[in-house]
Design a protein around this ligand. Structure first.
Ligand SMILES: NC(=O)c1ccc[n+]([C@@H]2O[C@H](COP(=O)([O-])OP(=O)(O)OC[C@H]3O[C@@H](n4cnc5c(N)ncnc54)[C@H](OP(=O)(O)O)[C@@H]3O)[C@@H](O)[C@H]2O)c1
Length: 373
């Protein structure tokens, strides 16, 4: 927990941010969108409506990523009784879009989400993902065979305490199964009412097109942030052309863009961070130039680095819906404050210019967007 007078970025303290947050409180209940207080007088409000569309699916402009509540990726799994108030607290603050997956836990994450959202089930959009095999309760390779997808979905429905999955994603492509077979199976599940919309994760533009030709895709979920900008190579354009929404995972770079780490941060071998190239010591040191730019602009806008980073994503396209992950309600509140940030076209241009001059280390190259991961 950051003390109220801890500096968030140079000259801007948590106490100031909390004041800003209080001013934004109606927005978190998804009331009318107000222009940012700190924005320049001529600021054209960037569209931050109460809802955004992923294909034909309407969701809150920022969703909640639930993975780290149980996956052990960034922190030890948290007890259910501590996480249900975070999920319900998100709903109370206007979030209607919740992201989980069979593999998070595995299985337990869907149980948390299902239990937390059961009382408000008809007012929320639940997204979950299939695509892995499991042996003795542990992930064991990929599996997208039609009969496996059907079995997976039955388990998801049970754990999520629901009769339909609003957005059913393929988590990772199974090289053994043509994408048309996966899309055809999801199409059948949609016709049966067990799923309402189809999503894909970490696929190339050509796989996206092939799947979309069989069953319209509502959303592509792929890593995208100020640090990981490879989706700008054809993925966002393909989504725009086909009317597909884009859901950035890792939107605050696993905490890096939320000012959680610095050039001296080191991670144990057992930690998920240790296998992420941009958290290697030399990469962290080099990428501080990006964080410093974000800190500088956040200060200028009177917001935090996390808010600035999320607002920048929202400003790229109206069909982008970031899903920051958190185990803490106060971090979620901070992240939702991104909805108060506006940019002028000149600001977006100038920031992009400064961004393009920063060499980044440990990031995925643009060509990686063209390959199924
Ligand atoms: N499709 C895929 O393959 C895929 C892969 C990974 C993730 N996802 C989904 O995307 C979601 C988001 O991605 P992610 O969790 O990997 O990355 P992320 O959202 O960029 O970062 C999550 C981390 O940032 C921290 N954080 C968030 N807001 C913060 C704030 N305001 N201040 C300080 N720290 C903050 C969280 O810590 P605290 O808990 O301390 O707040 C957490 O450790 C996941 O939850 C999951 O649902 C999908």
């Amino acid at each position: 927990m950051i003390p109220s007078d801890a500096p968030l970025s140079k000259g801007f303290r948590r106490r100031d941010f909390l004041g800003h947050l209080a001013a934004a409180a109606p927005l978190m209940g998804l009331g009318a969108v107000r222009p940012a207080e700190a924005g320049p007088a001529e600021a054209e409000p960037t569209p931050s409506p109460r809802h955004r569309r992923l294909g034909t699916l309407e969701v809150s402009p920022i969703g909640l990523g639930c993975m780290s509540m149980t996956s052990g990726s960034y922190n030890p799994p948290r007890p259910k009784e501590d996480m249900i108030p975070v999920i319900r607290g998100a709903f109370d603050r206007g979030v209607t879009f919740f992201d989980t997956a069979e593999v998070y836990g595995p299985f337990t994450n869907e149980e948390y989400v299902g239990e937390a959202l059961a009382p408000v089930r008809d007012q929320v959009v639940i997204a979950s993902k299939f695509g892995f095999a499991f042996e003795q309760g542990r992930r064991a390779g990929r599996n997208s065979r039609p009969e496996h997808i059907r079995r997976a979905v039955e388990g998801m429905l049970r754990r999520l305490r629901t009769d339909r999955i609003d957005l059913l994603y393929l988590h990772r492509v199974d090289p053994e199964v043509p994408i048309e077979d996966v899309a055809g199976t999801v199409k059948d599940l949609i016709q049966e009412g067990k799923a309402l919309h189809f999503g894909l994760s970490e696929v190339s533009p050509s796989t996206l097109r092939r799947a979309h030709a069989v069953q319209p895709v509502a959303a592509l979920q792929t890593e995208y942030s100020l640090l990981q900008r490879f989706p700008e190579n054809q993925l966002l354009d393909t989504c725009e052309e086909l009317g597909i929404g884009f859901v950035p995972w890792g939107p605050v770079c696993r905490g890096f863009l939320a000012d959680k780490f610095n050039e001296y941060s080191r991670f144990s071998e057992a930690s998920r961070y240790a296998s992420v190239p941009y958290f290697a010591p030399d990469a962290l040191a080099a990428n501080m130039a990006l964080l410093n730019l974000v800190r500088e602009w956040a200060l200028r806008k009177g917001v935090t680095p996390a808010q600035f980073s999320l607002a920048w994503l929202l400003a790229q396209k109206p069909f982008i819906v970031p899903i920051p992950g958190t185990t803490k309600l106060h971090h979620l509140e901070e992240d939702l404050g991104a909805l108060t940030v506006t940019f002028t076209p000149a600001e977006l241009h100038d920031f992009r210019q400064a961004l393009s001059e920063i060499p980044l280390v440990g990031v995925r190259p643009p060509e990686s967007a063209l390959v199924d991961q």
